[in-house]
Ligand binder design. Structure first.
Ligand SMILES: [Zn+2]
Length: 328
């Protein structure tokens, strides 16, 4: 059986997995991104793929293609990673797919990690069988990916689907992307932690600060969600805003794209799961009632395995696209 390899490139860890046609990760390896020292992530990715290929061969499996998800926009038309890859800066501007394909003598496809995740949910996960879906990935940052009528939406330069950096409040606070009022400011792990820290700054007696041992920097998104469940007022207000922001984005997606499925995933998704009813209710303030009613919303916690599976789905998707284009 030919396997697909999915590689997830993160700022701290690079994970590679061999994935079956049904989305099962049968082999996997992880190494620190800085394993070979700073600036050498490309060598690390190549070596990791080689190691998985060796393991697969040992078990009698051949490899069909490789997909790589990277944490930043990718200009797939030009075959280059964009200039904004703050977590792995040495990848900026690199023709990574061509470089790896030359080294490994296999088809290699590279895209933004959340585009890969969207293809993974569409091919193997909560959006399987749908014609259109939107994946929102709330992690430290906030990514998203869009599949419409059976095609991944990349846009003209690879920025398609960057819904985490579209405003849910047009005069909201500045975002680290240079915009303001972005969804990421309200609903990413970083945004939630920063909002809570800013609010306790004026309230030295806030129970949330005590829960963090008196150190504002020890306030994390999971701590904020936990404190909110216990009724802590600062945490509750931050979580309330996160739900409203996600509701507004859901309304935008439902009215703007009318997809069959919206999947909310990423590291923050587990904390959002018990809040699903609140988020969908908030969306009801903005969305057309019938469009929202027809949208299936699934909150699915994500991990490295779902990211690897997504990158493998990218390889499968691109292989199918290429075969289609090759037909007379
Ligand atoms: Zn932003």
């Amino acid at each position: 059986m030919d396997l697909l390899i999915g590689v997830d490139v993160g700022g701290t860890t690079i994970a590679a997995g061999a994935v079956t046609a049904t989305g099962e990760v049968v082999l996997e390896q992880r190494v620190p991104t800085r394993d070979r020292g700073p600036g050498r992530a490309v060598e690390t990715i190549g070596a990791l793929i080689d190691a998985i290929r060796g393991e697969a061969a040992h078990l009698g499996h051949a490899l069909a293609a490789i997909g790589v998800g990277v944490p930043g926009p990718v200009d797939c038309l030009a075959g280059r990673i964009g200039e904004q890859v703050p977590h792995v800066p040495e990848l900026a501007g690199r023709p990574l797919a061509a470089e790896l394909a030359a080294k490994l003598a296999l088809p290699v496809f590279v895209d933004n990690d959340v585009n890969a995740l969207a293809l993974g949910e569409w091919t193997f996960g909560a959006g399987r069988g749908a014609r259109s879906l939107v994946v929102l990935a709330a992690g430290t940052g906030f990514g998203a990916g869009i599949v419409l009528d059976g095609r991944l939406v990349r846009g003209v330069a690879g920025f398609g689907g960057e819904l985490g950096h579209t405003p849910v409040k047009f005069d909201g606070p500045p975002c680290w992307c240079g915009g303001r009022g972005c969804l990421a400011v309200y609903a990413s792990g970083r945004g939630i932690a920063e909002a809570a820290r800013a609010r306790v700054a004026g309230h030295p007696g806030a129970p949330l600060l005590a829960a963090a041992g008196g150190d504002p920097l020890a306030i994390t998104a999971p701590l904020v969600f936990r404190a909110a469940r216990e009724g802590e007022p600062v945490a509750s207000s931050v979580v309330d805003e996160a739900c409203r922001a996600l509701g507004a984005m859901l309304g935008t997606i439902v009215n703007g794209l009318n997809p069959e499925v919206v999947v909310i995933t990423g590291g923050v998704a587990e904390s959002l799961q018990p809040l699903e009813t609140r988020i969908v209710k908030a969306a009801g303030e903005y969305a057309f009632r019938r469009a929202l009613a027809l949208t299936r919303v699934a909150i699915v916690p994500g991990d490295k395995r779902t990211s690897m599976r997504g990158a493998a789905a990218l390889a499968g998707y691109e292989t199918r696209q290429a075969a289609r284009k090759g037909k007379p």
